[in-house]
Design a binder for this molecule. Structure first.
Ligand SMILES: Nc1nc2c(ncn2[C@@H]2O[C@H](COP(=O)(O)OP(=O)(O)OP(=O)(O)O)[C@@H](O)[C@H]2O)c(=O)[nH]1
Ligand SMILES: [Mg+2]
Length: 438
């Protein structure tokens, strides 16, 4: 599909699209039209085509839009593109269609950002979340909170300007009450927003353990695909291997690492170093131990190093005789799962624990509907700070002027979340994240 948007879209289509009876698309009603695409200069046929004609404002960008649906194939699409360029169009910047939809007021900034998330979503849950945002539920609740704030602000200002209108203590009480309600609501948005990031980017999950305990076998089992090389030679994996796995609807970014041990082998040494680096950036850890061998010093060390991180401890090779013990005292409150990748036992339990622990109690479906991104979370955090100051000031009986300044700042912060006060730089930054044609 080749898409053209803007006031010239109809005339550009007229130069490159031959309709029945030499009709002009730009003079037609909104709808689907069949015709032949031609080269604007040589007039030679390029392809048959179904053109979708959507005069503004009822289109994605709210401008006149034509979409040419052609047979596809790189060469063909290229020639349709160059025909459009010759007929007066220019190439779109990444995200420009969505940017125009924003600039023309059809969607707000958080909806535009959600389009990126929708395109990039890696699981069904993530795409469902993004779609909720595109539809504007999130923006709606931000707008509602702004309304509440502006009414509160008005009350405070009136009390400042006309002291006879109301007593200060009444205004202060209202700031405290409404402020706390808003704080609760925003903090909930932030909590859900963090879950949203997890849904979008995946939980960085590092599989760690001594050589030959079955890390790569576990990676393959989680992916249900033979991704990493498995052999009975200790030191098989020498580099970090990374892959997405969708586990219970949650995206995990799984990293298989080189088995950790002291070694003289230069390549393996570098691999072990990378394993340690991966651990530093881990959000979740699976420590794999061989249940067929006694707990070694290296095992203990790994358990200590990963303490405090969300983790699951796996006792693999449980099909063999059990020789390991002393794990529980070192496990803290981490789950310990007995696994046999060979016999195919324990994987379900492991996956269950991963979802439970990585999301601290599991993701609720309605969490998904308020997924926010880092930019929005930072702004929301700023709004929380402002409101807290306002509530504290009101509780301490500070003058209303000080409170008014905080409320004003909170109001502006909420506005930025939905792009009411967005500058050019911010817009460029956001829309450059899109791919072409969106
Ligand atoms: N008996 C038994 N053998 C297993 C099990 N899981 C893996 N193995 C075997 O253990 C050996 C090592 O498996 P890998 O997955 O390569 O181990 P690794 O931890 O990735 O090893 P390095 O990459 O060398 O650190 C292979 O021969 C596997 O077939 C299991 O549950 N039971
Ligand atoms: Mg390996």
């Amino acid at each position: 599909m080749v898409r053209v948007s803007g006031p010239e879209a109809g005339r550009i289509a007229d130069r490159m699209l031959k309709l029945k009876g030499n009709a002009h698309l730009s003079e037609q009603k909104r709808g689907m039209w069949y015709g032949t695409l031609i080269h604007p200069e040589t007039k030679s046929d390029l392809d048959e085509c179904v053109a979708l004609w959507m005069p503004g404002p009822h289109s994605y960008t709210a401008e006149d839009v034509v979409e040419f649906q052609v047979h596809g194939g790189l060469q063909l699409v290229q020639s349709v593109l160059s025909a459009a360029l010759m007929a007066g169009a220019r190439l779109a910047e990444p995200g420009e269609f969505t940017k125009r939809a924003f600039l023309n007021g059809r969607i707000d900034l958080s909806q535009a950002e959600a389009v990126i998330d929708l395109i990039r979503a890696k699981t069904e849950l993530a795409s469902r979340s993004a779609l909720q945002l595109v539809k504007g539920d999130f923006s709606e609740s931000i707008r509602r909170m702004r309304q509440t704030l502006i009414r509160l602000q008005a009350h405070v200002e009136v009390t400042i300007d006309y002291p006879e209108h109301d007593v200060e203590s009444v205004a202060c009480a209202r700031v405290i009450e409404t402020g706390q309600e808003l704080l609760t609501e925003i903090q909930e948005l932030i909590r859900r927003g963090k879950m949203g990031r997890v849904l979008r980017e995946g939980i960085r999950t590092v599989i760690l353990g001594r050589p030959n305990v079955g890390k790569s076998s576990l990676m393959n089992a989680l992916l249900r695909q033979d991704r990493a090389i498995v052999t009975d030679i200790p030191g098989t994996t020498r580099d970090v291997i990374e892959e997405y796995a969708n586990i219970g609807g949650i995206p995990f970014r799984i990293l298989d690492t080189a088995g950790i041990r002291d070694t003289e082998d230069i390549v393996e040494k570098l691999g072990v170093e990378r394993s340690r680096e991966a651990l530093r950036e881990a959000e979740f850890v699976i420590v794999v131990l061989n249940s067929n061998e006694p707990l070694s010093l290296e095992d203990e060390e790994l358990l200590l190093q990963t303490e405090g991180l969300p983790r699951v401890i796996v006792l693999n090779k449980s099909d063999l005789e059990r020789r390991i013990d002393g794990v529980e005292p070192l496990a803290g409150d981490s789950a310990v799962v007995e696994l046999s990748l060979k016999a195919g036992r324990g994987l379900e339990e492991l996956e269950h624990e991963m979802v439970l622990r990585a999301t601290a109690g599991g993701v609720q479906m309605d969490d998904a509907s308020y997924m926010t991104n880092a930019r929005q979370n930072t702004l929301l955090q700023g709004v929380v700070d402002d409101l807290e100051l306002a509530v504290e000031a009101a509780a301490a009986g500070a003058t209303l002027d000080i409170i008014a300044v905080q409320l004003q700042s909170a109001y502006a912060g909420l506005g930025q979340v939905i792009g009411e006060e967005a500058g050019e730089d911010l817009l460029n930054e956001i829309f450059s994240n899109f791919c072409l044609g969106k």
